[in-house]
Design a protein around this ligand. Structure first.
Ligand code: ZN
Length: 198
């Protein structure tokens, strides 16, 4: 999507001098309760129940995470050595599966900043992007610009390498709700990153 399209759909988060437009923020950024508890990727002892996102994509974000939860639940059931006998056991196996796949490791959602490669504002500044499991899915290629920690883990793989461990079911879930996966962006491969495409 072009910047003009993004401005039309989600509004312009910056004023003409490049600062955060506080009116835009008040009108568009909302707290979103997550369907499952996540952990801060950079400090795993921090539990995250609520994140900030654009109001127009908030429902899709929650829906995508719910789909991920259901996929994980199915996989956990499939892989369980013994069939879980209580809902609590089932729940615990699902959480284990989510954690084993790194899908509860949140590295950022709304954040007012420039994009990694200096092409203007980041989709995170519009509140329409989320980063998950940054060390399991490090960006490929040029070292990122901007301040850590969001989108700025060590770059430890060469262009074209297959360093991502983002599960297919997570990519499918986000796609179903109108998000593109950064792992498929050839110019700027960033497999931790999902952003709205509609
Ligand atoms: Zn990102």
């Amino acid at each position: 999507m072009s910047t003009a399209d993004l401005d039309r759909i989600y509004g312009r988060p910056a004023t003409s001098d490049g600062k955060l437009d506080r009116n835009w923020y008040r009108r568009n950024i909302v707290p979103v309760e997550l369907p499952f508890t996540m952990r801060a990727a950079w400090q795993k002892s921090i539990r995250v129940r609520t994140i900030l996102f654009h109001r127009k994509k908030a429902a899709d974000l929650v829906a995508a995470l719910r789909i991920i939860w259901r996929y994980a639940r199915l996989l956990a059931f499939e892989d369980a050595p013994v069939e879980p006998s209580t809902p609590e056991e089932y729940e615990a196996l699902t959480i284990q599966r989510i954690q084993a796949d790194g899908l509860d490791l949140l590295a950022g959602a709304y954040c007012f900043r420039q994009g990694r490669h200096g092409r203007g504002l980041s989709e995170h500044a519009r509140g329409i992007a989320i980063d998950i499991d940054p060390t399991g899915n490090p960006p490929v290629g040029n070292p990122p610009v901007g301040n850590p920690p969001v989108d700025n883990p060590p770059v430890n793989n060469a262009p074209g390498s297959e360093a991502t461990r983002m599960p297919d079911y997570a990519v499918r879930a986000f796609r179903k709700r109108g998000f593109a996966w950064g792992g498929e962006d050839e110019a700027n491969e960033n497999a931790m990153h999902f952003q709205a495409v509609e």
